[in-house]
Design a protein around this ligand. Structure first.
Ligand code: CTP
Length: 148
């Protein structure tokens, strides 16, 4: 690709609370697919709207994402509706999410490609929070996070 060629830009959305290996693997696979990866990170206010409470505040989740080598830019996700505007504004070529969202954003195909990648099994923020709850209850974890 010549230096002035337009980057193949990928955009993805998520909360990325308690940043874990499932997040890393998703971001790595996305970075491998293009030349610029933009992550829209859900704000605390938007999470409240979604009924989600985060352990890590928005500013810290952004800082963690920005330190990830696969991520080129982090923007706030404030609403469900902003995706179309973001895709146009950032000239995104690909909108991608984990396959827990399979089919949910197919309406964006008139603007760019849409891809759902398989999730990493046996790890999620929800599971980590449950594990921490159990550790607090028992004084020790009943199991560790699955390896692999
Ligand atoms: N993701 C993934 N593999 C996992 C967990 C998440 O590929 N094991 C992907 C999701 O599909 C999404 C992105 O990472 O595209 C951000 O997901 P997020 O909702 O922040 O993470 P979860 O761990 O799924 O959080 P929760 O349990 O709160 O839903």
């Amino acid at each position: 690709m010549s230096s002035d060629a337009k980057p193949y830009t990928i955009i993805t959305y998520g909360t990325f609370d308690l940043f874990h290996v499932g997040h890393v693997r998703l971001l790595r696979r996305l970075a491998d697919l293009g030349s610029k990866l933009i992550v829209a990170c859900s704000t605390d206010e938007f999470n409240t709207l979604k009924g989600k409470t985060t352990a890590i505040p928005y500013a810290h989740r952004v800082e963690v994402l920005e330190s990830c080598r696969y991520v080129d830019q982090v923007i706030p996700e404030n609403t469900w509706e902003q995706k179309r505007e973001d895709i146009v504004r950032f000239d995104a070529d690909l909108f991608a999410m984990g396959d827990d969202w399979e089919g949910k954003f197919d309406d964006l195909r008139d603007l760019c490609d849409v891809l759902y990648l398989p999730r990493t099994e046996n790890v999620s923020t929800t599971e980590l929070k449950q594990l921490i709850q159990r550790m607090r209850g028992n004084g020790s974890p009943s199991r560790n996070v699955a390896a692999g």
